[in-house]
Design a protein around this ligand. Structure first.
Ligand code: AMP
Ligand code: TRP
Length: 350
């Protein structure tokens, strides 16, 4: 099995897909289709690590799984040329997680900041799955021996953990890996994070120090991919800013998180750098910039929202895409699992 350059990434079906998901992740997913073989996964096994009251129960989970799929396709992902599927359909994710549970160290997981944030003060009451979440994420990536992983800034630590797990597995089983025909000693190539663009961390519209999040109780804190033009306009007009006009240089944004965030969003949506955006809007009134931002957001997001709506009206079609994607993903996953089992020493049907 040669190592092929392969992209893998995932998005949780936990509702309220927002501009942060779009700019931090999905835009890059679309771009990478030109240069790589890509696998994009709706990570339903990850979604259920939170309390049921957070992910909403069975009906919501199924709806949100279809909605993320619809967003992928509406944004321009081609499920025929690449692979789009939901995680729970491919059993290898859970199987490889078990092997990795025995490779990863408790000390490594204890350092994960996202677990600490999500578990909050009542850590005793968090699910075991939430604690193990980064190990499942490593299995997602390595099950396909993926080499590149486009994600937002918040996933950087999880990617480092995936690299550590890959490396420890390769070390622990070095001899066995070689004797099973992997001359370079790598069953799992260490995956590279791709954290790119001017909006790898989109912040809340209400507080420039907090990231835009699906779970923020204020809907005004985020622009949802399903928001209509009026809602987008209202949210941007209400977005927190400071009284100063925009600076002409990027350095002037440093002490101004809210202004920095809106300029970053404009830059990412228009495919320009922040410096270029400031060259156009620097020195001008904030209200003019906000008007331009409303127009840009509506132009870019409205077609996605309407395509998502069209797709969501035909759930059978969306499900067929996920089933076909899972069939194709399973072929690759099966090959890796067979090799992993042989390398660990598990007896199996040839
Ligand atoms: P999640 O909604 O947690 O499944 O995240 C899906 C993808 O969106 C991941 O690659 C995240 O890193 C990315 N993402 C989530 N929130 C943001 C944000 N506020 N800014 C940039 N990227 C984000
Ligand atoms: N943990 C990621 C998030 O919340 C989602 C995810 C699950 C993922 N498995 C992945 C991202 C594998 C990249 C690769 O954003």
């Amino acid at each position: 099995m040669a190592i092929v350059e392969r992209v893998f990434s995932g998005v949780q079906p936990t509702g309220n897909l927002h501009l942060g998901n779009y700019l931090g992740a999905i835009v890059n997913f679309v771009r990478l289709q030109e240069t790589h073989n890509c696998i994009y996964c709706v990570v339903d096994l990850h979604a259920i690590t939170q309390p049921v009251s957070v992910w909403g129960g069975p009906t919501e989970l199924a709806r949100n799984t279809r909605e993320v799929t619809a967003a992928f396709i509406a944004a321009g992902i081609d499920p025929n040329k690449h692979i789009v599927f939901n995680q729970s359909q491919v059993t290898g994710h859970a199987e490889l997680t078990w092997i990795f549970n025995c490779v990863a160290r408790i000390g490594w997981l204890n350092r994960m900041t996202q677990f600490k944030e999500k578990a909050g003060k009542d850590r005793e009451n968090a699910s075991v799955g939430l604690y193990d979440y980064p190990v499942l994420m490593a299995a997602d990536i390595l099950l396909y021996r993926a080499t590149h992983v486009p994600v937002g800034e918040d996933q950087k630590q999880h990617l480092e953990l995936a690299r550590d797990i890959a490396q420890k597995f390769n070390n622990d089983f070095a001899d066995s890996i070689r004797s099973h025909g992997f001359a370079d000693g790598l069953l799992f190539p260490p995956p590279e994070p791709l954290i790119t663009g001017p909006a790898t961390r989109v912040m809340s519209l209400r507080d420039g120090t907090k990231k835009m999040s699906k779970s923020d109780s204020s809907d005004n804190s985020r622009i949802n991919l399903t928001d209509d033009a009026d809602t987008i306009a209202q949210k941007i007009r209400k977005a927190k800013t400071d009284p100063e006009p925009l600076p002409s240089e990027e350095k002037g944004l440093e002490p101004r998180p809210e202004a920095d965030n809106l300029v970053g969003i404009y830059a990412a949506l228009s495919g320009r750098s922040k410096a270029e955006v400031l060259r156009e809007f620097g020195g001008g009134q904030f209200s003019n910039f906000k008007n331009a931002l409303v127009e840009l957001c509506v132009t870019k997001l409205s077609p996605i929202a309407s395509e998502m709506k069209r797709l969501m009206a035909d759930p059978g079609h969306v499900d067929a895409i996920l089933i076909d994607g899972a069939d194709r993903a399973s072929v690759i996953a099966h090959e890796t699992m067979q090799a992993a089992k042989d390398i660990v020493g598990f007896i199996r049907k040839p």
